[in-house]
Design a protein around this ligand. Structure first.
Ligand code: ATP
Ligand code: MG
Length: 348
């Protein structure tokens, strides 16, 4: 298996290196051949090549089985962008588009022992285990923009095909879990949501074993803090998914724990990254929580290599360490990135 590593900026290189070390160990013990290749991306690539997504990086990603990314961006690049420099984040949007990634999988579960890290009461948050499947190519993010002095416009386009393919990903995921799919929209207001709802119902005909429900996004924002444990898989459009999955990462503890996978057509490479950003405030201190990145490597093994056993072994090692009291500073503890790595390796 060929994996392209994009360390990126801020804490990206620290958490990425940690995740690669765990990935190597898991592959070695399961006899999975692993070939890694590191490339410049984001702000680091702007510094080196003046381009957040250099052609050599893009070519390597398209030719790999999977891509593991740290994080991109930082205040230095935000400042430079005001004077016309390219933005690191533009590299990420271009990479997602070029790789044809349309489904962003963001699992959020409450790990044993982390009840006190949640802002919710233990009785409310207990047993929370939700997979958000966020549509990644449509919605407000890629709309045409008209920017005048006193008027601005963002469009929210969706096609049947775009909704169908992400709905299939979500139904497949629900089939492998508790069998409940919650489709989140704003069908009482948005035309795209009414299209969305109809298409999801059509796709449901091929998955009669999965229970489907529709929930409006405003109600969903409320349910996630009042009854998070009643949900299983949630499928929704780009912006709703962005907002709801950040809400959920806080519900189950720290943003430093949350992994993600971005998938395209079957057989094409996937992109795996922790959901947190480059965390410039703690970059270089060796205290970043690497668990989001480590769990992203587990998702890589599951979705891009079909190595369920190796993926589950990494997840079990992380769960064991957290239950055993491993706490980085974001979880109120004093464990360093290296301490977390050593703990996960020995549990593995
Ligand atoms: P972006 O715009 O890229 O999302 P951001 O500044 O909005 O970046 P993060 O970089 O995710 O958001 O940081 C938000 C806060 O969470 C910061 O205080 C950061 O230190 C903290 N944080 C993020 N990731 C981690 C991590 N892996 N370990 C510890 N703290 C983290
Ligand atoms: Mg952010």
């Amino acid at each position: 298996m060929k994996v392209v590593i994009l360390p990126g900026d801020g804490i990206g290189p620290e958490v990425c290196e940690t995740a690669v070390t765990v990935l190597r160990a898991a592959c070695a013990s399961s006899n999975i051949a692993l070939d890694t290749e590191e490339h410049a991306f984001g702000g680091a690539a702007i510094d080196q090549y003046g381009d957040p997504l250099p052609p050599a990086t893009l070519e390597a990603c398209l030719g790999a089985d999977a891509v593991l990314l740290g994080a991109v961006g930082g205040p230095r690049y935000d400042e430079a962008a005001k004077k016309g420099a390219p933005r690191p984040e533009a590299g990420l949007l271009a990479l997602r588009r070029e790789m044809g990634l349309f489904a962003n999988l963001r699992p959020s579960r409450l790990f044993e022992g982390l009840e006190e890290a949640s802002p919710l009461r233990k009785s409310v948050v207990a047993d929370t285990d939700i997979l958000v499947v966020r549509e990644l190519t449509g919605g407000l993010y890629f709309g045409e923009r008209e920017e005048g002095s006193d008027r601005a416009l963002d469009r929210l386009p969706y096609s049947r095909e775009e909704v169908e393919r992400v709905a299939r990903t979500a139904f497949e995921a629900a089939r492998g879990r508790k069998g409940l799919l919650t489709s989140v929209d704003k069908a009482n207001v948005l035309a795209t949501s009414r299209l969305w709802r109809g298409v999801v119902e059509d796709v449901h005909k091929s998955y009669p074993d999965v229970r489907l429900e529709h929930v409006l996004v405003d109600a969903m924002a409320m349910h996630l803090v009042t009854h998070p444990s009643r949900f299983d898989v949630v499928v929704t459009e780009n912006l709703f998914g962005d907002i709801l999955s950040d809400e959920l990462s806080a519900v189950v503890g720290s943003i430093g724990l949350a992994p993600s996978a971005s998938l395209g057509e079957a057989g094409k490479p996937g992109l795996y990254e922790p959901i947190h950003g480059s965390a410039p405030d703690i970059a270089g201190l060796g205290i970043a929580n690497p668990i989001g990145a480590i769990l992203s490597a587990a998702m890589l093994l599951r979705h891009s290599a079909g190595e369920e056993t190796a993926a589950a072994s990494i997840e079990a090692a992380v769960a064991w360490c957290l239950a055993d009291g491993l706490r980085t500073h974001d979880l109120g503890g004093s464990a360093s990135t290296k301490d977390a790595l050593d703990a996960v390796l020995s549990a593995l």
